[in-house]
Design a protein around this ligand. Structure first.
Ligand code: SF4
Length: 372
């Protein structure tokens, strides 16, 4: 078996640790590029969700590098995620590729097929203790990749040298690919934190604009698809927080774990949306409300063009924006999205936020003068 999987930010780092430990040889998906997108767009139905097209491009490139087994997450309705794997399998079969397609169905809705897929993965030969050890290490690595990205977003607008920040983060991500034990991981975490603390800062967190990111799990996280909006905002001097997390997604998906963060987000969204609409529709609403409560200056809503749950969320976010006086920038991404247009819109948004902040400061100073 020479297995592969689609990209999702740094998921490949964690799976690159997990699969070989389970005795699975992997073919890492080649870097996600414009060519990957073009392949997926050419082969997928025109109206398919953008993430389906991109991950299909990943699969074709990996097969051409020698992969013969594809792992794909399954989903449930009411949106189209449940069809992804099946559609991709049929397209690849039509193209004449002889590959094994292993669909990891949503375990909350079918634990038997999920366990069966895990058995197929390991060939039933690996001891449970080894599976637990490998999974625990890969899980910790995945968590840390998210932590370090969160630090990069938060620090980008504050550090003197952005290139130095990138060097620390990229260096750590490279080291994580080779980690073999929890002790080695702890050493990487310790040295990374030390390196980040050593970066000289030129401003304080309280002085900068704060923007939160909400949206669909793939587009809101995958920077090679969303034109790295986080970096763009950071370079414009904005403190960025991203509410979308693969770790929380997995915690919410598994039958024996729970994501407290997601539960809290759904509770916040309840006055506006009581039903599950698929994908991250509820999360986008709840997370925007949380950002308003945290006193953030604005929210960027990232989603694939035609994404049903996010279109529902977008309608509701218009009301949330009014109720909480929170500016929200909606960015729909697909194969036709252009970087220049996106940059212009983000810059204009930041401009508006800056002017709002200055006006508020002035009126606060005015009020203080009046009352003194
Ligand atoms: S969440 Fe949106 S992009 Fe993802 S499968 Fe559902 S409709 Fe498609």
């Amino acid at each position: 078996m020479r297995a592969t999987f689609p990209h999702l930010l740094h998921l490949d780092v964690a799976l690159g640790i997990l699969y070989p430990t389970l005795g699975i040889e992997i073919v890492p998906p080649p870097p996600l590029t414009r060519k990957t997108i073009e392949i997926g767009v050419k082969l997928a139905p025109q109206n398919a969700c953008f993430p389906l097209k991109v991950t299909l491009g990943n699969f074709v490139e990996s097969i051409e590098k020698g992969a013969d087994t594809l792992f794909m997450a399954g989903g449930v309705g009411p949106c189209r995620f449940g069809y992804y794997g099946q559609i991709q399998r049929l397209i690849l079969e039509d193209l004449g590729y002889k590959v094994q397609f292993i669909l990891l169905d949503h375990p909350r809705y079918g634990i038997r097929s999920f366990v069966q897929a895990l058995r197929t993965m390991t060939g039933g030969k690996i001891s449970p203790a080894r599976i637990v050890r490998a999974t625990a290490l890969a899980w910790k690595v995945l968590r840390f990749t998210e932590t370090i990205e969160a630090k990069r977003r938060a620090l980008r607008c504050l550090v003197e040298r952005k290139d130095a920040l990138d060097r620390v983060v990229e260096g750590t991500l490279t080291r994580l690919r080779w980690v073999e034990s929890v002790t080695a991981l702890e050493e990487i975490i310790r040295s990374t934190e030390e390196a980040l603390r050593a970066l000289p800062l030129v401003r304080e967190e309280g002085e900068v604009l704060k923007v939160g990111i909400v949206g669909e799990v793939y587009v809101a996280q995958e920077k090679r698809i969303n034109f790295d909006v986080e970096r763009l905002l950071g370079d414009l001097g904005v403190y960025v927080h991203n509410s979308v997390s693969t770790v929380e997604y997995i915690l919410h998906t598994l039958p024996f774990t729970r994501s407290r963060e997601k539960e809290e987000t759904w509770r916040l969204a309840r006055p506006y949306l009581q039903r599950f609409v698929g994908g991250e529709g509820i999360d986008s609403v709840g997370s925007a409300i949380r950002y308003a409560q945290w006193g953030f200056d604005g929210v960027v809503h990232l989603y694939p063009f035609t994404c049903m749950p996010e279109i529902v969320a977008k309608g509701i976010l218009t009301q949330v924006s009014k109720d909480y006086d929170l500016p929200i920038l909606h960015l729909a991404i697909d194969e036709h999205a252009g970087e220049a247009g996106l940059i212009t819109r983000v810059e204009a948004f930041v401009d508006v936020l800056e002017r709002r902040k200055k006006t508020r400061r002035k009126s606060e100073v005015g009020r203080a003068w009046t009352y003194s």
